[in-house]
Ligand binder design. Sequence first.
Ligand SMILES: [Ca+2]
Ligand SMILES: [Ca+2]
Length: 251
Amino acid sequence: MVCRNVRITASMALVILLGFVASATLKAEPNKPADSNTPTADVNSATSKPAGDLVPIPLVLPKPQFVGTPPNIQGIANLEKPLGKPREPFYAPKGTTNVAFKKSVKSSDEQPIIGEIEMITDGDKEATDGSYVELGPLKQNITIDLGASYNIYAVVVWHYHKQPRVYKDVIVQIAGDPDFIKNVQTIFNNDTDNTLGLGAGKDRNYVETAEGRLIDAKGVVGRYVRCYSNGNNANDLNNYIEVEVYGTPAK
Ligand SMILES: [Ca+2]
Ligand SMILES: [Ca+2]
């Protein structure tokens, strides 16, 4: 009697288990893409092309000053390998524009060695002499006041692209106040050993090109954009040609 009961219970359990597996498999079905040939998010772009009302940002690049892969730059650790091809378009919601154009800029060095601080948002991104600002040695920063809060999708930074260079300790932050106390968000940080004291970053060093450095800001909300650097591989000075901030007004 006991044995039979056990056998019945065991076979009932097996039936229940099989039923559970079958229903779990059925339940899993709806999560599969309707059509496996439909491209998924990351196929078309390194920065991912999500579905919906997203369009490439209206980014216009300056004239390149050197072609091909830049020569090896000596003495820079953790250096990113150049892409070796043009960067893929960056997608953001329709209506996203460069909201930094002609906006006011402040700097830790208000009397640049070369050029004027205003040149950082004047729309001129060319590498020619007369198009770049040169700030004093070692740790410096510039802060753009967008004048209002924006959803920020990308920040593009051109330090200098007349020759391949690597700027040191590049950090880009977005905040809600000019003193960077409220809602500070770091969107790029390659100061891996915390030289600037803002926290150690995980991003890599990179070679400047005419494409500028496009940083995915992931839609964070903020009004002030601050860029830090700490000299470059050629000298201790800091340069900016242009900084663009792609966003839409925050509601
Ligand atoms: Ca400029
Ligand atoms: Ca460092």
